[in-house]
Ligand binder design. Structure first.
Ligand code: TMP
Length: 212
C-alpha cells in the first residue's frame, strides 16, 4: 500500500536593502505561521556560522578585503552548502522563512560594478522560492534608521543601485511591499501573502531551477 506523502513546506524569501525592516518582519512572519499551526523555521543568508560564513562576516565588517568576484562566489557557496538541509526540511513539510537569498547576492555584487548576468550564474540551479517578499524602502529613509552605516554596503549611493538591481530581478513570484509603513501594516501583508504561498506549495513540486 502506498504511504500518504506529507505535503511539502514552502520556501519563502524575504528580501530588501539594508535596514528595510527585514529581520523584524521575518520574526513576525514566523510567529504568524506558528499561530496558525504551520511548521515553520527561520533561515538566514549569509549563514555567518559556516567556514565560508566566517570569512564573509570578516569581509562585511571591513576586517578583511576580498576581491569582488571571489566574495560573490563565497556568498553563493554559502547558499549551496545549505541546499541539502533546506531541501530535506521542505520535503518533511517544514516551511522556511529565508532572510536574504540569491537575489541579494546578485543585487549587491552588481551594484559594485560586476556584470549582472555573470552574477546570476553561480546560483543557477538553487531551489526556486515559492514567494519573494520584497520590502521596498527609499534608501534615504533607510539611512535614517538606527545602526545604519555600520557595515560595508550601508551607503546611500550603493543602496540606490542595489534597489534598482532588485527591481530588475523581480518576476511573478515577487510581492513588492511598501516598507515605509508601520511594522503592523507590513506584517499583515507579509503574512497574508505567505499563507497563500504555503497553501499553493502543497500542490506544486519543489524545483531546483532558479534562473534556468
Ligand atoms: P545582513 O545584514 O542581512 O546579514 O546581510 C549582510 C550584507 O551582505 C548585506 O549588506 C547584504 C549583503 N549580501 C551580499 O552582498 N550578497 C549575498 O549573497 C547576501 C546574502 C548578502
Amino acid at each position: 500500500a502506498s504511504q500518504t506523502q506529507q505535503p511539502r513546506g514552502a520556501l519563502l524569501v524575504v528580501e530588501g536593502g539594508d535596514r528595510c525592516g527585514k529581520t523584524s518582519q521575518c520574526t513576525r512572519l514566523l510567529d504568524a505561521l506558528h499561530a496558525r499551526g504551520i511548521d515553520a523555521r527561520a533561515v538566514k543568508f549569509p549563514d555567518r556560522t559556516s567556514e565560508t560564513g566566517k570569512l564573509i562576516d570578516l569581509y562585511l565588517k571591513g576586517a578583511k578585503d576580498v576581491d569582488d568576484h571571489a566574495v560573490h562566489l563565497l556568498f553563493s557557496a554559502n547558499r549551496w552548502e545549505s541546499m541539502k538541509h533546506i531541501r530535506a526540511l521542505l520535503e518533511q513539510g517544514t516551511t522556511l522563512v529565508v532572510d536574504r537569498y540569491a537575489f541579494s547576492g546578485v543585487a549587491y555584487s552588481a551594484a559594485k560594478g560586476l556584470d549582472l548576468e555573470w552574477c546570476k550564474q553561480p546560483d543557477r540551479g538553487l531551489l526556486r522560492p515559492d514567494l519573494v517578499l520584497f520590502l521596498d524602502l527609499d534608501p534615504i529613509a533607510a539611512a535614517r534608521r538606527a545602526g545604519y552605516g555600520e557595515e560595508r554596503y550601508e551607503r546611500v549611493d550603493m543602496q540606490q543601485r542595489v534597489r534598482s538591481n532588485f527591481m530588475s530581478l523581480a518576476d511573478g513570484s515577487w510581492k513588492i511591499l511598501d516598507a515605509s509603513r508601520t511594522v503592523d501594516e507590513i506584517a499583515a501583508d507579509v503574512s497574508a501573502a505567505a499563507i497563500a504561498a504555503v497553501e499553493a506549495a502543497r500542490s506544486t513540486p519543489l524545483c531546483s531551477d532558479l534562473w534556468c
